[in-house]
Ligand binder design. Structure first.
Ligand code: ACO
Length: 334
């Protein structure tokens, strides 16, 4: 028995905001943003679009690639920090949009590590229960809705988007799965360095919290930077060691797209050459839980993934949460 990734999908909203647009909104420059983060532009959802709308587009594309009808799905996991509502879950809203009536659906909140957490969750569910055959995992974010557009420390970093993967169980005893190894970590001691202070049960909405702009992302960027490099590096090394795969054997490293300096610091410490490090944050920015899946889909649809390729995936986000997965691509070239 093995679990295979049989379809990828992603969606980036039409509207593009460039660094030059941001220059008109806060005291910043294209040069600062490009050199400090690697970002040149990002996509923004329209007012009418919520996370589930972005999720629907990405999920539909992944299901089409997987040649899977929505009513074949047993489970839908949506990773998001920007759900349509506190409840019902964005997973249930996506279920309705897709017509996936057989599935049970829920949201998972692990910030930028959300898709990795969802992968482990879906893989474990499929492996544990003989009745479950297919799962859809989605990372969907409308980060523009929780971005303080007057704060230059954060507003230059984020973008909107969604990605989706279809996972299927193969009962052949000798079959090889797509997920060789996966390891997840959390450390709640760092909860405050990356958070939205108000709007939850700790500090419900009030005139005071609104005036203090406490419903937007707050981040201690420098602290997050160091922890992100160390966390993704050690998790990345651990999954490779567990699978017995050396860094030289990797075809790609895909890291959460927060900052090209963070990604390159991890790649340098693994002695990975530039051509094996996939970066698309120049045109996406940080899309939190969507970012890794957008990268995988971009690589897949441009024919840059082949059967047998080893892909190291690493992620890091609020919580703190972090982790890594070593994938072995099982699809024929798209
Ligand atoms: N334009 C111009 N100057 C700026 C801007 C801006 N947009 N933003 C900050 N600055 C200034 C700062 O005010 C500071 O000025 P000062 O020295 O006068 O105080 C100076 O630039 C340097 O600031 P630093 O914070 O030291 O800049 P740094 O090189 O660390 O880059 C950044 C900041 C990009 C935020 C970086 O720390 C980073 O990427 N951190 C990690 C982010 C991350 O990984 N997030 C992960 C998950 S996100 C999620 O979970 C939703």
């Amino acid at each position: 028995m093995s679990i295979k990734i049989i379809g990828t999908g992603s969606y980036l909203p039409e509207k593009v905001m460039t660094n030059f647009d941001l220059e008109k909104m806060v005291e910043t420059s294209d040069e600062w943003i490009r050199t400090r983060t690697g970002i040149e532009s990002r996509h923004l959802a329209s007012q009418e679009q919520a996370a589930s709308d972005l999720a629907f587009e990405a999920a539909s594309r992944a299901l089409t690639m997987a040649k899977t009808a929505a009513d074949e799905l047993d489970v839908i996991v949506v990773a998001t920090v920007t759900p349509d509502h506190f409840f019902p879950s964005t997973g249930c809203i996506l279920q309705r949009k897709l017509g996936a009536h057989k599935a049970f659906c829920f949201d998972l909140e692990a910030a930028c590590s959300g898709l990795l957490y969802s992968m482990e969750t879906a893989k474990s569910l499929l492996a544990a229960n003989p009745r479950y055959r297919k799962a859809l995992i989605v990372g969907a974010e409308k980060l523009s809705s929780i971005t303080d557009w007057s704060d230059r420390n954060t507003c230059v970093l984020f973008g909107d988007g969604a990605s989706a993967l279809v996972l299927a169980k193969d009962d052949e005893p000798e079959s090889e799965g797509s997920i060789c190894s996966i390891q997840l970590h959390s450390d709640g001691n760092y909860a405050e360095i990356l958070q939205i202070p108000a709007g939850g049960s700790r500090k419900p909405v009030s005139e005071e919290t609104l005036a203090g702009r406490e419903h937007f992302i707050r981040m201690a960027g420098r602290d997050v930077f160091k922890l992100a490099v160390n966390g993704m590096l050690s998790a990345g090394k651990d999954v490779m060691a567990e699978a017995g795969v050396e860094a030289e054997s990797l075809r790609w490293m895909i890291s959460h797209q927060a900052n090209s300096r963070i990604i390159n610091a991890v790649a340098d410490r693994l002695a990975l050459p530039e051509e094996k490090v996939f970066i698309n944050l120049d045109h996406c920015g940080n899309t939190s839980s969507a970012s890794i899946g957008i990268c995988l889909d971009e690589l897949n649809r441009s024919g840059r993934l082949s059967k047998g390729d080893y892909i190291l995936v690493t992620a890091f986000g609020g919580g703190l949460t972090w982790g890594a997965a070593l994938l072995r691509w099982q699809q024929q070239q798209f």
